[in-house]
Design a binder for this molecule. Structure first.
Ligand code: C5P
Length: 405
C-alpha cells in the first residue's frame, strides 16, 4: 500500500476515537492519510490529535479552506486513491444517499470520482431503521463499499449491529481495495435479470430469470479489479457488492442504460431480455370483456441489445462482448449460430430446459464458444461458473495487453 493516499472523513460518533488508531495503522503501512472532520466529530476528538498522527493539516470547514485557491474541495476529494468514512454516521450515509452537500465532508463525498469505503457506526435502532437501510441499499447501488458494522455492545448500552468495524478490519478492507487484480483499470458492463414488459399498469410479461448468474459474474469481475456497471431488470436476487447498479424494468430501459454505460472494455450480456413487448401497453387496467372474449395483445419485437452493441464501430464497441444463449434443445448448434448472428466475441451456451435447470436455479452447466474454440465447462454453482469466466476474461486481458504493447 506504500504511496497510496487515503482521505479519511471522520463522522460524529464515539467511534471517532478509534480512527486515531486507524490513521496510525495506515501510516505504518506507508499510506498517506489526510483527515477531514465533521463538526460533530470534533466534539469527540480534537483535530490536533489527527494532525499529529497524520502529519497533515486537518480540514474541517467548507468555506474556510485557507488553501481553497491551491486546493479546492474537488481537488481535495480527487487527490486520494480511496475515501474512507469512519465512523459513517446515519447522517453521513443519508446525505450521500440523497446527494446533499452542505458541509465539507458531504461536499467531498459528492464531488469525488474515487471509490468510497464506509465503516458505519450508530445505535442499533438507527442502523435498523428503514430509512438507514434504504440509504444503505442506495449507496451500495451507487458502488459505495462497506466494512461492518459489527454486532456487539455499544457505548449507549444497547446490543446489536451498529458497532464500527475495528481499525484493523478497516485496514484489511483498504488493503483489499488497493490489491491490484488482473482486471484493475478495466471497465465492464454486465446486464442481468429478466425484463418486465407492461401489458397495463398491473400486469406484465416476464420470465423466470433470477439474476443469480449475472450477479455472480458482476461480483467476480469486480473482485478481479474491474469497475463494473451492473444493469439489472427486476430480479429477486440481491444486487452485487462493489458495482454501480442501474435498475431498469423494460428492455427499452435496459438498452438505454447499457448504452449509457459505454464506453466499456468488457460487456457481458447475462440478462434474459424479453423478446417481445406489448405494442401499446394500456394506461388503464384492462377489464374483462362481458362477452368473455380475452383481449388481443399485439406484440412487437424488442431491440436486441447484444446485437446492437456488438455491431458498434471499433472504439465504441467493447473490446470483448460476451453473450448468453439460453437454449432448451440443440444447445450447441443453436449457440454457434447465435454467436455469428449476434456478432459477439464469446457466447456462453447453457441448457435452460427443465433437466438443465439453469433458469432460476443455483447450478449451471455451460459451454464457452469463441471464434476458434469450444470449452465444455462442468456442472457447477453459478458463483463457480462466474469465477471461471472471470479467469478466462483475465487471460484475454493479459493476452491483449501483450498484443497492444
Ligand atoms: O436471442 P436470445 O434472447 O436467445 O439471446 C440471448 C443473448 O442475447 C443474451 O446474452 C441476452 O442477454 C441477449 N439479448 C439482448 N437483447 C435482447 C435479447 C437478448 O441483449 N433483446
Amino acid at each position: 500500500m506504500t504511496g497510496k493516499r487515503v482521505l479519511l472523513i471522520v463522522g460524529g460518533g464515539i467511534a471517532a476515537y478509534k480512527c486515531l488508531e486507524l490513521v496510525r495503522r495506515l501510516s505504518e503501512r506507508g499510506v498517506g492519510v489526510r483527515v477531514v472532520m465533521t463538526k460533530a466529530a470534533q466534539e469527540f476528538v480534537k483535530p490536533l490529535s489527527f494532525a499529529s498522527l497524520s502529519g497533515e493539516k486537518v480540514q474541517t470547514e467548507l468555506f474556510e479552506l485557507t488553501d481553497e485557491v491551491e486546493m479546492g474541495h474537488i481537488e481535495l476529494s480527487r487527490s486520494a486513491d480511496l475515501l474512507v468514512v469512519a465512523p459513517a454516521t446515519a447522517d453521513l450515509m443519508a446525505k450521500l444517499a440523497n446527494g446533499l452537500a452542505n458541509d465539507l465532508a458531504s461536499t467531498l463525498l459528492l464531488a469525488t470520482d474515487t471509490t468510497v469505503l464506509m465503516a458505519p457506526a450508530m445505535n442499533v435502532r438507527m442502523w435498523e431503521h428503514p430509512a438507514t437501510q434504504r440509504n444503505l441499499e442506495a449507496l451500495k447501488g451507487d458502488g459505495v463499499l462497506f466494512v461492518g458494522p459489527n454486532e456487539g455492545g455499544m457505548a449507549c448500552g444497547e446490543y446489536g449491529p451498529g458497532r464500527m468495524a475495528e481499525p484493523m478490519e478497516i485496514v484489511a478492507a483498504v488493503e483489499r481495495q488497493f490489491a491490484a487484480g488482473p482486471l484493475t483499470g478495466l471497465t465492464a458492463l454486465v446486464t442481468s435479470g429478466p425484463t418486465h414488459e407492461p401489458i397495463d399498469p398491473v400486469r406484465y410479461i416476464a420470465n423466470r430469470s433470477s439474476g443469480r448468474q449475472g450477479v455472480a459474474i458482476a461480483e467476480a469481475l469486480a473482485s478481479a479489479g474491474a469497475a463494473v456497471t451492473f444493469v439489472t431488470g427486476p430480479a429477486e436476487h440481491a444486487t452485487p457488492l462493489g458495482c454501480k447498479v442501474v435498475p431498469v424494468e423494460t428492455a427499452a430501459q435496459m438498452r438505454a442504460a447499457a448504452g449509457a454505460a459505454l464506453p466499456a472494455d468488457i460487456a457481458v450480456f447475462a440478462a434474459a431480455v424479453a423478446d417481445w413487448r406489448v405494442t401499446s401497453a394500456d394506461g388503464r387496467k384492462i377489464k374483462k370483456d362481458k362477452s368473455g372474449a380475452p383481449p388481443a395483445l399485439e406484440l412487437t419485437e424488442n431491440p436486441d441489445i447484444l446485437a446492437e452493441i456488438s455491431a458498434l464501430p471499433p472504439g465504441k464497441r467493447p473490446r470483448l462482448v460476451i453473450g448468453f444463449a439460453a437454449e432448451t434443445n440443440d444447445v450447441l448448434k443453436n449457440a454457434r449460430a447465435k454467436r455469428l448472428r449476434k456478432g459477439c466475441d464469446w457466447l456462453i451456451a447453457n441448457d435452460v430446459s427443465e433437466t438443465g435447470g439453469a433458469m432460476g436455479g443455483t447450478q449451471n452447466q455451460a459451454t464457452l464458444i469463441t471464434a476458434d474454440a469450444e470449452e465444455n465447462w462442468p456442472r457447477e454453482t453459478k458463483t463457480s461458473l462466474a469465477a471461471r469466466l472471470a479467469e478466462r476474461i483475465a487471460a484475454w486481458a493479459s493476452e491483449n495487453e501483450t498484443a497492444e504493447c
